[in-house]
Design a binder for this molecule. Structure first.
Ligand code: BGC
Length: 250
């Protein structure tokens, strides 16, 4: 096994061994629902369960994609969609201790952006590419000439009339919660991507997250000047990117 990736999300925690040469799963992934109280202890237990299930040898690099800004060696300072008790926890230390091995942690959208840059829709791209993941929240990854600029958090830019976060209005969870048509949601995504386009002038957008597999339904309603591509690794990008991140030299 080259490396193992874990993607911690608001509804599921998924893990799979990853083939780093091809940038894909080396075996079918396992998904365990995120514990209702998604506390550090509860989430760490699920990570251990995933590693045990695949009998991951302690010598195998393990990468974890996590939905918050990550600064290795520093505690989590901000948490939008999991239990707030993560704030103040050094997640790398916590998971490494719980899983009895060194674990590397990366922001989930950054993991997806890395995977798309190394193996997917942004491979070989020049200039700035913004990967946007649409799920419970909105995650963003800035990839410049193939290199990641970490922790961008552009899902939280103000978009609503009263300054509401973009993710409250345009994440896939907003589409489901408000039962929006693909057209209505596509229009909200247009508004969001237009803001990113205005502020950052990227060369391209890559749209990922679980809903990227249904991109034909809403891509026709996205009207921006920048080229928009669906993620190639679809929802696997978090796991593949985390594994690839963990296997880099320390
Ligand atoms: C978090 C980001 C994360 C994104 C997608 C946001 O609410 O602040 O860190 O990448 O959700 O999970």
């Amino acid at each position: 096994m080259d490396a193992f990736g874990i993607d911690i999300g608001g509804s599921g925690i998924k893990g799979a061994p990853v083939d780093l040469e091809k940038g894909c799963f080396a075996a079918e992934r396992l998904r365990i629902p995120t514990p209702e109280a998604s506390t550090p202890d509860a989430v760490a237990r699920v990570c251990c369960e995933l590693l045990d299930n695949f009998r991951v040898d302690p010598s195998v690099p393990v990468g974890v994609a996590f939905p918050a800004p990550i600064h290795p060696g520093r505690p989590i300072g901000y948490m939008a969609n999991l239990d707030k008790s993560w704030i103040g926890v050094d997640i790398t230390a916590k998971l490494s201790e719980a899983c009895h091995r060194p674990v590397r942690v990366v922001n989930d959208a950054d993991a997806a952006g890395l995977a798309e840059a190394r193996y997917g829709a942004a491979r070989g791209s020049k200039g700035l590419v913004i990967a946007v993941t649409l799920g419970t929240g909105i995650g963003t990854a800035l990839v410049m000439d193939g290199k990641l600029i970490p922790n961008s958090e552009l899902g939280h830019i103000a978009m609503g009339k009263n300054g509401e976060d973009a993710e409250k209005l345009a994440a896939d969870s907003a589409r489901q919660r408000e039962d929006l048509s693909w057209k209505k949601w596509g229009k909200r995504l247009t508004k969001y991507l237009r803001l990113l386009e205005f502020y950052l002038s990227p060369e391209a957008f890559v749209i990922g997250g679980g809903v990227s597999k249904k991109h034909e339904k809403y891509f026709p309603y996205i009207e921006v000047d920048t080229p928009v591509y669906p993620a190639k690794l679809l929802n696997d990008a978090g796991i593949v990117g985390a594994a690839s991140f963990a296997a880099e030299r320390w």
